[in-house]
Ligand binder design. Sequence first.
Ligand code: ADP
Ligand code: RBF
Ligand code: MG
Length: 457
Amino acid sequence: MGENSHNDNEFSKESILIRAASSLPLPDCRLPSRPLLAFVCPCSQLFRSPRASSSSSSSIYVFIYRYLCVSDAPMTEKMATASLTKLVRCVILDLDGTLLNTDGIVGNVLKVQLSRYGKQWDGREAHKILGKTPFEAAAAVVEDYQLPCSTIEFISQISPLFSDQWCNIKALPGANRLLKHLKNHGVPMALASNSPKESIEAKISYHDGWKSSFSVIIGGDEVRTGKPSPDMFLEAAKRLSMEPSSCLVIEDSLPGVTAGKAAEMQVVAVPSLPKQSHLYTAADEVINSLLDLRPEKWGLPPFEDWVDGTLPLDPWYIGGPVIKGFGRGSKVLGIPTANLSTKGYSDLLAEHPSGVYFGWAGLSSRGVFKMVMSIGWNPYFDNKEKTIEPWILYKFDEDFYGEELRLIIVGYIRPEANFPSLESLIAKIHEDGEIAEKALELPLYSSYKNDPYLRSS
Ligand code: ADP
Ligand code: RBF
Ligand code: MG
């Protein structure tokens, strides 16, 4: 094993576990040709999942290429200890904006009530109320819009409007998957929201299996001060009988992240508003959506549903005539994207996180083809609007602007990213193309090729 080898005795079982977990290659990381550490280990010591422990007699080879921090330097005791602090045993989740897509509903309610005062709700102010307690959020709106009523009066006006909407709130992409996964692996979960307990219970009652997923549910009315105070998370840890350092908090709002760090917990931020991730510097990790959560980074069991670099999704459908895109000459770069108008699809687009997806493309007079696409703001170009950029994995001799294009999106590959150069962006897009090309051969995805939606116009 050469100069980077280590004596097994230098590491406790716990530190082996975290380093084994963190050895999973992350996107964009180049692995050194030789592992930093290699050893044979019984499965029972390596994994916490009940399935692995039931086959405790088997051993596996573990090759450590990379530590949690990006470094080729040998791991010191201090670093091993730092890795250890990342191991968690339970998860505390926020509700609105983290598990539930409440942002649209909040906007709709405020739009309705402000119009009664002759005012117009401006969505750009959404960040001001995100993660606040209901009282603080209402007070901010009353003040910003100079409403001729008290905060309490305003709350009593909007409360029934909100209650009418609870049944319409959708789970955010990846929320059901995450809850099921953690529940199946026996990871204790708590729900901690600034909303009153009664509203939490009402909202989650529309989602099968949610209530029973949580050992603890804490509402803003059950603690003295809501987030950003750590009270709620500390109370959740106490009721779960866990140390704060064993808790992973998942939060979409800045007050929530502040609260989680103040409680000395590990915090993953999933910002619910676009282009905000740079503000979440306090979080231990910022991800784009729950689809990008890697539980193994925190010592929790990894998801088992990724297939050859792709995550199968419930399919969704979008179509229309091909329109002119940004005119950046993508065709010249070998990645033409047949843009679709986003008009009429604003709800669908808002529902799906930005990222790289793949599926099947039908062109009315040409047939059905494999397709890989990005949805989002193209961070490299920092677009102002969320767009759909489908690259059809076929070489056409001519353009087909105006033709009817039908897409079925069947899987997810990765979040959108920024790149240091156009060359590296193009290389990554080609890599996405290869992943999609191969995955679409799998029966799991290939069956959609025959869907009549792709052939009708
Ligand atoms: P724009 O800025 O208009 O999107 P692009 O350089 O991205 O221009 O070229 C996109 C156009 O190229 C599409 O609208 C389509 O007419 C044509 N085209 C040719 N081959 C392909 C392909 N394989 N995938 C997508 N579009 C293609
Ligand atoms: N743009 C980005 O800024 N970041 C990305 O990670 C990214 N990924 C893409 C993946 C695929 C498969 C495709 C087709 C496009 C992607 N784009 C991305 C968008 C690309 O910048 C855009 O299509 C071209 O610049 C044309 O406008
Ligand atoms: Mg294009």
